[in-house]
Design a protein around this ligand. Sequence first.
Ligand code: B12
Length: 66
Amino acid sequence: MSALLTTTMGRMADVIEAVEDINMRDKVKIIIGGAPVTPDYAEQIGADGFAADASSAVKKVRELLG
Ligand code: B12
């Protein structure tokens, strides 16, 4: 998920909660990014990862998928 505004980044937590509600959380990897997003925020909302740019996002995905 990508958010460019602090006003929309809060919804990332809602999406993760919705994925949990339908029992899909262990079937998907969720990574987040965008201008206001931080690694601390990713940890706080229970995302699997954060990346600051496209190339580190590729590294993160490779890491998560083993
Ligand atoms: C272009 C831009 C606009 C354009 C958008 C045009 C469009 N059609 O997309 C326009 C002029 C419309 C605009 C409007 C507004 N903007 Co503006 N905008 C920007 C700007 C300059 C660049 C964003 C961008 O597209 N960057 C290019 C992309 C490729 O880079 P990126 O977003 O940084 O993404 C990289 C990483 O973050 C990461 N990443 C991004 N997403 C993801 C997702 C994942 C999963 C991963 C792993 C990584 C990742 O990888 C990307 C590549 O390196 C930023 C400033 C900035 N430095 O980001 C402000 C910025 C996002 N805007 C801002 C604001 C406030 C607004 C407005 C609210 C202004 C207003 N009062 O109207 C409106 C909101 C409009 C809306 N409804 O969303 C603020 C947000 C501040 C905040 N804390 O919320 C910013 C940060 C500027 C600032 N410093 O104040 N904006």
